[in-house]
Design a protein around this ligand. Sequence first.
Ligand code: BDR
Ligand code: CA
Length: 312
Amino acid sequence: PRKIIIDTDPGQDDAVAILLALASPEELDVLGIVAVAGNVGLHHNATNARKIVELSGRTNIPVYAGCSRPMRRHLVTAEHVHGDTGLNGPDLPDPTIPLKDQHGVDYIIETLMNAEPRTITLCTLGPLTNIGMALIKEPRIADRIQEIVMMGGAYFEVGNITPAAEFNIYVDPEAADVVMRCGAPITIQSLDVTHAVQSTPARLDAIRALGNKSGEAVHAMLTFSETFDLKKYGWEGAPLHDPTVIAYLLQPDLFEGRHCNVTIETASELTVGMTVCDYWHVTGRAYNATWMRSVNADGFYTLLNDRLARLP
Ligand code: BDR
Ligand code: CA
């Protein structure tokens, strides 16, 4: 199986992504989960990550806490979407597995430096603070990362936290800039894709009908977090963001995109956090990412349900 580290701010959609990964041990070896400040504060995100690990029954998966705020800016959170705990909706017990003592950034560096080069993939589901900090503290990790698969940014679908920026990039644009320039292979699942995998009532019903604890919890989570988005967009279902990262690793042919240059806006007050994606290759800037543009949404939900059904 492919070795991955999940860097995350759970977050209902992060939680679904984590469950999808933990339900797929034949393809994915989840080495560890690292929490970062984002949707809510670090403390809540680290607790939520452990709740999800326990829900999955995979209690040997270590959970670390990384950075509690962005590199340069004040933390912007999204309680209005995710609730005050970041994981409102299901009634999950307080976690019993301990949080690891080691700082999440040091865990990422140590794990990459001790492994064979290019054997570990970083899956990022939140602001890029931990990865950016790891790259600054130990630049040699850049050559050792197999791939960074991130949920972040938007181009055709513009922004969701400002008219120009997607939340994960907006929260820590300086960290995102460090990551985009690091030289490791990067695959980006942006709003262009996540807006197309909507959690419609029929799809949510199918998840609840799985009849297991995990299906029930995912139904409760997404029912909570979609309330805000349904009002905002007026669509039949809300976008489902972070699980696209894991789905890409499990079934890449669900997605289509192209290599191009992606640069992060860090200077302009109006458009800070914008992912300037040269999708049409109008600049000579070197390609640094694969930008996904479309997804087979039905195929995505078939995969998700198939895997969630394997959990407790
Ligand atoms: C991203 O922001 C968060 O609220 C979600 O968990 C997702 O990672 C979408 O913009
Ligand atoms: Ca997230």
